[in-house]
Design a protein around this ligand. Structure first.
Ligand SMILES: [Zn+2]
Length: 315
């Protein structure tokens, strides 16, 4: 567990949130205060089935135990960014394929274990919302959350568009190469099958890459001297470019904002992506593309803001 130094704003009597981001590879937890600063952060590997709820609760208990008594009393709520289909009203996971959960209460068991009010949000909504606010809440934007999966949220006139099914912005399963490799969703050549973090690492390994490489940051750092890494990354960039051009053709957003762990590649993502979009745009106008500063913390920050907003203690 890492402990951040206590900056002055955390010494005040401001409310704190216990935040969780339940991802495909790890569950991240943090105690988050003003300015989105973490007092403590920790993570565990994601397990499937109901065990994931035990892991979240235990991580929360450990994070709370790590606080001083005074800080502990300032924690007013819990926010959980959860994958799949979520009923935010009841705090229930309706379907989380990757976690093997169907119709499973999330908020209730956590509230009982942690003795705090719990709010549950869809992970993309939480992360995209945090990225959007961090970017100055632009009236028109497409926010992409690039991590284990690839997802996004469209903002029009300052409001998120969730669509009739609630699944608007599901960029990851837009097919960009019908002859491409199989995706976890059953289709072929989806954006996520090329540009999702897990799939990039799987492709790198399958094509004979260095078996010691376990993270996308390491993969991206090798693209100058490792042709396999360069190929995997280039194909990911092409898939994202085609996906964003489709978004551009349909919605013409004022800007595209990139967040999530894969966006921590910064210039190694942004510059080739802009070039690839221009090369492949045809008649479609290429929207400005920029990076969020939140990176992999977007989900945690979004979950914390949700918890503070729903307990009426947000900034
Ligand atoms: Zn797919």
């Amino acid at each position: 567990m890492s402990q951040a130094p206590h900056p002055p704003e955390l010494a005040a009597d401001r409310a704190l949130a216990l935040a969780f981001d339940v991802g495909g590879t790890s569950v991240r937890g943090a105690v988050v205060g003003a300015g989105d600063v973490s007092l403590a952060e920790s993570r565990v590997a994601t397990r499937t089935g109901p065990a994931v709820l035990d892991d979240i609760a235990q991580l929360g208990e450990e994070l709370l135990a790590h606080l001083s008594v005074a800080a502990r009393t300032r924690v007013t709520g819990v926010g959980v960014a959860f994958p799949g289909l979520v009923d935010t009203e009841s705090g229930t996971s309706l379907k989380a394929v990757n976690l093997g959960l169907v119709d499973t209460p999330v908020a209730a068991p956590l509230a009982e274990r942690l003795r705090l009010p719990v709010s549950v949000s869809h992970d993309t909504a939480a992360a995209a919302g945090a990225i959007w606010v961090d970017a100055g809440s632009p009236s028109s934007a497409f926010v992409a959350v690039l991590g284990t999966g690839v997802a996004g949220m469209t903002y029009v006139e300052g409001k998120p568009i969730v669509g009739a099914s609630g699944q608007a912005g599901e960029l990851g399963h837009l097919v960009v190469d019908p002859a491409g490799s199989a995706c976890s969703c059953g289709l072929r050549g989806c954006v996520e099958s090329r540009a999702g973090a897990r799939r990039m690492l799987e492709r790198y390994a399958a094509w004979g890459g260095d078996p010691r490489i376990t993270g996308v940051a390491e993969l991206v750092a090798r693209t100058d001297h490792d042709p396999v890494a360069a190929q995997v990354w280039s194909e990911a960039i092409t898939a994202l470019a085609d996906g964003f051009l489709a978004v551009g053709a349909l919605l013409a957003p004022g800007q595209i904002i990139l967040g999530g762990g894969v966006a921590e590649a910064r210039g190694r993502l942004l510059e080739p992506l802009r070039d690839r979009m221009r090369e492949r745009a045809g008649v479609t106008a290429v929207p400005p593309v920029r990076l969020s500063s939140l990176g992999a913390r977007a989900g945690l920050v979004g979950a914390a803001r949700l918890a503070l907003a729903s307990t009426g203690t947000g900034a």
